[in-house]
Design a protein. Structure first.
Length: 301
């Protein structure tokens, strides 16, 4: 069996109604030099049957006990053979030229990461917005990129060198991986390339999410700051503070007496003592409103 140039990893969990569309979009690629790994993360519905229902030698099913999408992606890469690895979420779809465009942009062997754009469709709406690779700022060494599932291809040896996804993260896993990829490429003189076209269609769920999901977001922010806080501080004090402030922005979704509110807001105030003068002794929900207004004004400057 010949070695494919690209390995596409599609992690999926309880997505029997959607995963078929994702797989079909990959199998319709104008570039045929790929393998597709459908990683079933312990689904109890008909997800596995949908995957095995496709009769294409390029497609393989990987069956796991449920462990979360980050670990499922890593398990897919562990079985991959391609020089480039690309991820696609099982509720998203790729345009026919997706892999061909990414592969062409990676022909220079010094390129470690290729990023493309995406159409983003909000749940329940028909219109799509377009996001494209952009300057990521000093935390990311001013690299140009876009890190969503489907929008980046990574050299498999580079993915392995940085340790893959952090399996403990349920949110912000792409951003955290991107920081480590940038650091690796900086130290090994590897480059990023971009394709300034939307090549995937990403579904975006509406609404703030459940309490558990928002707690997972806060946990992800704290892990990123603990692991990469020095990088944020070296790059920009304001960047570090604004990243920390995401926790406070979520806090207004909860009653003012919840532990989540207090934890988020007072961590923010510890990072941004200047906000104490803004917040004063006001209730937590009013603090968050004032803080949000202040951060919005700062970002507009």
């Amino acid at each position: 069996m010949s070695t494919p140039s690209i390995s596409v990893v599609v992690p999926t969990y309880q997505r029997a109604s959607l995963v078929g569309e994702a797989i079909s979009s990959v199998l319709r690629q104008t570039c045929a030099d790929f393998e597709l790994l459908g990683v079933d993360d312990g689904s109890t519905d008909e997800t596995a049957a949908v995957v095995t229902g496709f009769h294409d030698d390029r497609l393989r099913l990987v069956s796991l006990q449920h462990q979360g999408r980050s670990r499922a992606r890593n398990e897919g890469v562990a079985r991959a053979r391609g020089d480039l690895v690309v991820f696609l979420d099982s509720d998203d779809q790729a345009t026919p030229a997706w892999l061909e465009e990414l592969r062409n942009a990676a022909r220079d062997p010094t390129v470690a990461v290729v990023c493309c754009g995406a159409h983003v469709v909000e749940e329940g709406l028909d219109d799509a917005s377009v996001i494209l690779p952009r300057p990521l700022g000093p935390v990311y060494s001013n690299r140009v990129g876009l890190f969503r599932a489907g929008t980046c291809a990574i050299r498999r040896e580079v993915f392995a060198a940085v340790g893959g996804y952090d399996g403990s993260l349920a949110f912000s896993e792409n951003s955290e991986l991107a920081i480590r990829l940038v650091a690796h490429c900086d130290s090994h003189e590897r480059s990023f390339a971009t394709v300034n076209k939307p090549l995937v269609r990403i579904r975006k769920r509406r609404g703030p999410g459940t309490h558990v999901e928002l707690q997972e977001r806060l946990d992800a922010i704290e892990l990123i700051l603990e692991r990469h806080g020095d990088r944020y501080r070296r790059a920009s004090v304001a960047s570090y503070a604004n990243h920390e402030a995401i926790a406070a922005i979520y806090a207004d979704l909860y009653p003012v007496d919840s532990a989540f509110d207090s934890r988020a807001v007072y961590r923010l105030l510890a990072t941004r003592p200047d906000l104490i003068r803004v917040a004063g002794d006001m209730p937590v929900d009013e603090m968050v409103t004032r803080i949000r207004a202040l951060l919005a004004a700062e970002s507009a400057e």
